[in-house]
Design a protein around this ligand. Structure first.
Ligand SMILES: *[C@@H]1O[C@H](CO)[C@@H](O)[C@H](O)[C@H]1NC(C)=O
Ligand SMILES: *[C@@H]1O[C@H](CO)[C@@H](O)[C@H](O)[C@H]1NC(C)=O
Ligand SMILES: *[C@@H]1O[C@H](CO)[C@@H](O)[C@H](O)[C@H]1NC(C)=O
Ligand SMILES: *[C@@H]1O[C@H](CO)[C@@H](O)[C@H](O)[C@H]1NC(C)=O
Ligand SMILES: *[C@@H]1O[C@H](CO)[C@@H](O)[C@H](O)[C@H]1NC(C)=O
Ligand SMILES: *[C@@H]1O[C@H](CO)[C@@H](O)[C@H](O)[C@H]1NC(C)=O
Ligand SMILES: *[C@@H]1O[C@H](CO)[C@@H](O)[C@H](O)[C@H]1NC(C)=O
Ligand SMILES: *[C@@H]1O[C@H](CO)[C@@H](O)[C@H](O)[C@H]1NC(C)=O
Length: 870
């Protein structure tokens, strides 16, 4: 009995202790997902739960008053991911609180209040009374009214983080924290603009999503917000589903976070079995982070890392910043020098050279203040402007960039085309006024260590030598593509290089190069299927030797980093001994020339306009949308590929060269296809993006007509019956004529309809034809300056810009061309010949030459391929 009593007593005690357990928790406030107004909390009150008083329903996220370091006054009210303890949002990041400061929820909103009753942070005035604060399963902290309408949400007020399901709308931004434990706002921002997502340091851009090697641009609609989900990071249009730009990530439902780190890098990581897996980093290269090597530190890229040093004539300070070695030289601070200006007047400004091949994180995203000026003029511009702290000067382009207000790290460029010389502005104290500008001044001022001076001279000598070799032989910069194994390593370290395939993989994919689908100037194209079942076009480059390598490298460097919905995407490449292959997106519908000139179903007018627009957008992107201006140089229907739904994809950048924006005017070593070649190809004038506009104009005429311009068009003059193009003369003379000339003449007579493809049989209006013909004529103006830019062509086609007025005085050359063209064709006895290459001026110098003024009509008609510099 006694035994059973004690047993039941123990059981009761046991049961009681279980029953009391929840009570003991209840005695502290419960951590729930929803809290009603009025409510207050301090860290101290919730000390047992480390300040946590709100948890999302499944416990994925928690809201707490906590600190990341042990500082007593460093508490923040934040939402964090429970398992990884990573903060995704904090309320009072500008004003940290103490452990006894309150978070208070009233019907007016949420506030963080200091001990003295001072408001450290609060929600803005709300539209109705707050009923409750809820922490949703997504990590979104919301305030709702009694009818459960959302009044305010933390997702709309991001700090430095984006999580799945959160939208960063246009105009809002993520802002970095000053350090990993201190959430005060730092100097870096990820801003969503109407076309892109950009990273900025102060006012300088250092990364753009659309230029990132991992991003692809899918559409041209305006951006509405940035979003991340289980399969990627997206810039989306206002409908919430049109993808403008995307970065594809491995599909995963793990916790994923995109965070703008305190160092200025935006990275996306995934939390997998207690570890962080880095999935995406922007910028990918360490040296592209503005202060990776602190102020003026010299950053040298290494595969997977980077190293820092101070430039020659600078020494490292204790904080890692570099200062002039000569203590009589000092760095100015922008427009804010408290020292007496008469002491540091303009005469005491001098420059320390950094050498050539220098790059700066902001240069790709800024405009030169002036182009075509000498180094000393550029320095004068900087000297006269107190906000200027340094300059970059292109030695061949003569463009001048001023670095204003802030100086970051300097990059030792790995780009073979880089020819910038960097200079840092310094002030000399009046006690030793410098008599010369750098380099002599700097050398004279160096400490009298003979060894130092000697090394300086040696290094300067090497730099000069290198520069000379570069400018003498354009090929020197391509030496990295020689297929030795060390060069292979270098190829691999080129940032943004696409996937490298094994030769065996390509043999398997193409079944030993069985199905040939095309042949061009640069090689043969085969259809293939990769192991993941995706269909690709494998381009086997035929041109070997230096020439072939050079072209191959060009294509890789260019296409690998260009992603646009209207441009063929390079999926990878393969190098095998002297053979080179490109693996490209496969386009199911072949090229425009087949669809347009072939015997298949006729392209409807609407489809033609779409093709014209897609082509214009692709070219506009090449000219101004990507990091380096790219001139296609071979715009023709064979290079305009069509995908399902007749989506345009421009191909063959093999003729393009990587151009920095200011080099574009100097570009003369190009080759192109006759018929689409602008007149300036035949004269000594510079080739520019406007040369592509000319080619585009010619293609546009072919799109209107449905036939090649290079076939004679039989034309009946006078009263036009029906389409006016019947070969039987209709009471008037029939003549054969060069189509672009026809277009000019019909434009002068306002007879546009007759120009349209006769197979359309009236399914197009005169106004529609007029629009395209007028745009085309503007594009083929003889004077490149009178041609619109491709961006303007896009606007004209879309209707945003009025269609330009063709200038007949700059189109008269078509009459010469036309006449000569007809004569040549007649002599050939055929008016249907495809190409008209009879006289090549380079082999037949006696053919009609400069007598026609600035252009040479004969050579236009007959030039085969223009190659080599002119
Ligand atoms: C909450 O506090 C506000 C003032 O801060 C007061 O007007 C309101 O009546 C309170 N509501 C409740 C339910 O206590
Ligand atoms: C939360 O838990 C419920 C029930 O356990 C489950 O159905 C739901 O999918 C969970 N939600 C999330 C976001 O994990
Ligand atoms: C309030 O709305 C949220 C989503 O808007 C929903 O998940 C929740 O169930 C709603 N709560 C109530 C009590 O209706
Ligand atoms: C896109 O944005 C530009 C510039 O902000 C504006 O002019 C244009 O109207 C917008 N287009 C659409 C379709 O909203
Ligand atoms: C992620 O969002 C994009 C864009 O809205 C969408 O196309 C994709 O299907 C989404 N992925 C998942 C897994 O929901
Ligand atoms: C000038 O310098 C002081 C101290 O270095 C700084 O507080 C101030 O903001 C600066 N002013 C400007 C206009 O940069
Ligand atoms: C600056 O120089 C002027 C004359 O050169 C002098 O009158 C003035 O006192 C100086 N100011 C300071 C702060 O040194
Ligand atoms: C310095 O240059 C900036 C930008 O080029 C310009 O806005 C500013 O007005 C210039 N300041 C002076 C004093 O010329």
């Amino acid at each position: 009995m006694g035994f059973s009593f004690s047993l039941s007593l123990a059981a009761i005690f046991f049961l009681l202790s279980w029953a009391l357990l929840p009570l003991s928790i209840v005695s502290h406030p419960v951590s729930t997902y929803s809290i009603h107004a009025n409510f207050t909390a301090t860290n101290f009150q919730f000390i047992d739960t480390y300040g946590t008083f709100l948890s999302s329903q499944n416990g994925t996220f928690k809201a707490s008053i906590s600190n990341l370091d042990q500082q007593p006054s460093h508490y923040y009210f934040s939402v964090s991911h429970a398992d990884s303890n990573s903060v995704i949002w904090s309320a009072n990041r500008n004003a940290p609180m103490s452990s006894s400061d309150e978070v208070s929820l009233t019907t007016n909103g949420l506030t963080v209040v200091g001990e003295a009753g001072n408001v450290l942070w609060s929600t803005p005035p709300l539209n109705s009374e707050v009923d409750a604060m809820q922490l949703l399963e997504t990590g979104n902290l919301v305030l709702v009214d009694a009818r459960n309408n959302t009044l305010w949400e933390s997702f709309q007020h991001p700090t430095d983080t984006i999580v799945v399901g959160q939208r960063i709308r246009i105009g809002t931004s993520l802002q970095s924290a000053v350090s990993d434990v201190d959430m005060l706002p730092g100097d870096y921002r990820l801003e969503v603009t109407d076309g892109d997502a950009v990273l900025q340091w102060n006012t300088m851009t250092y990364w753009e999503l659309s230029m990132d090697a991992k991003a692809s641009k899918n559409s041209n609609v305006n951006v509405s917000f940035l979003e991340m989900n289980e399969s990627g990071l997206y810039l989306l249009g206002s409908d919430g589903s049109t993808i403008v730009t995307q970065v594809a990530l491995t599909y995963a439902s793990d916790f994923r976070i995109g965070k703008l780190g305190s160092e200025g890098r935006f990275s996306i990581s995934r939390f997998v079995s207690d570890n962080w897996l880095l999935e995406f980093a922007a910028p990918a290269e360490n040296c592209r982070i503005p202060l990776f090597c602190r102020k003026i530190g010299l950053c040298t890229s290494k595969p997977l890392s980077a190293s820092c040093s101070c430039p020659l004539q600078f020494r490292s300070q204790i904080d890692g910043e570099c200062v002039p070695m000569d203590s009589s030289l000092s760095l100015p601070s922008a427009c804010n020098d408290t020292r007496n200006t008469s002491q540091f007047n303009i005469n005491s400004v001098t420059y320390i050279g950094l050498g050539s091949g220098m790059d700066y994180f902001a240069i790709d995203f800024m405009n030169p203040v002036r182009n075509g000026i000498s180094l000393s003029l550029c320095q004068d511009l900087c000297s006269a402007n107190c906000s200027c702290l340094g300059i970059f000067h292109g030695s061949s382009s003569l463009s001048c960039y001023l670095l204003e207000n802030y100086l970051g790290s300097i990059i030792l460029s790995s780009k073979p085309t880089n020819d910038y010389w960097g200079y840092i502005k310094v002030l000399a104290s009046s006690s030793s006024p410098p008599k010369h500008k750098f380099p002599i001044a700097a050398l004279v001022l160096l400490p009298s260590s003979g060894f130092l001076i000697l090394t300086t001279f040696v290094i300067l000598g090497i730099v000069c030598l290198r520069k000379n070799t570069l400018s003498k032989t354009g090929t020197a910069k391509w030496s990295r593509c020689d297929s030795s194994s060390s060069a292979d390593l270098e190829i691999i370290s080129i940032p943004g290089l696409p996937r490298r395939f094994d030769y065996e993989e390509l043999v398997a994919a193409t079944e030993n190069f069985k199905t040939q689908i095309g042949k061009g100037g640069f090689g043969t194209v085969y259809k293939g299927t990769l192991s993941d079942k995706s269909v690709v076009a494998v381009k086997k480059m035929t041109s070997l030797g230096v020439e072939g390598k050079k072209e191959f490298c060009t294509e890789i460097a260019v296409i690998g980093n260009v992603h646009h919905v209207n441009l063929v995407r390079l999926k990878g490449f393969c190098v095998r001994a002297r053979q080179r292959f490109l693996v490209l997106e496969y386009m199911s519908k072949g090229s425009l020339d087949r669809t347009l000139f072939g015997n298949g179903p006729v392209l409807e007018w609407g489809e033609r306009v779409e093709i014209a627009l897609g082509t214009a957008r692709g070219l506009a992107y090449l000219h101004s949308g990507c990091e380096h201006k790219i001139i296609h140089c071979d715009v023709k229907p064979q290079n305009i590929l069509l995908h399902d739904n007749l989506q345009v994809k421009i191909s063959d950048f093999g003729l393009s060269k990587l151009l920095s924006p200011e080099q574009s005017g100097l570009y003369t070593t190009m080759r192109g296809t006759r018929g689409y070649l602008a007149p300036e190809w035949l004269t000594s004038s510079a080739i520019s993006d406007k040369s592509d506009v000319y080619g585009y104009g010619m293609v546009l005429l072919e799109i209107v007509r449905g036939r090649k311009n290079s076939t004679l068009q039989t034309w009946s003059d006078g009263i036009s019956g029906g389409d006016g193009l019947s070969t039987s003369s209709y009471g008037s003379e029939t003549r054969s004529i060069y189509f672009p000339l026809c277009a000019l003449e019909m434009h002068e007579q306002n007879r546009y309809l007759e120009l349209a493809d006769r197979r359309l049989e009236g399914r197009v209006t005169s106004e529609e034809v007029e629009k395209l013909v007028r745009i085309a004529l503007c594009c083929v103006h003889e004077d490149p300056a009178l041609r619109p830019t491709m961006a303007n062509v896009v606007s004209m086609l879309e209707g945003g810009l009025p269609v330009g007025e063709p200038r007949v005085d700059s189109l008269n050359f078509l009459r010469y061309y036309g006449r000569r063209f007809t004569e040549v064709s007649r002599k050939e006895g055929s008016n249907e010949q495809d190409e008209f290459g009879l006289y090549d001026p380079s082999t037949n110098p006696t053919s009609e030459t400069a007598t026609n003024g600035s252009y040479n009509s004969m050579s236009y008609l007959s030039s085969q391929q223009v190659s080599g510099p002119r």
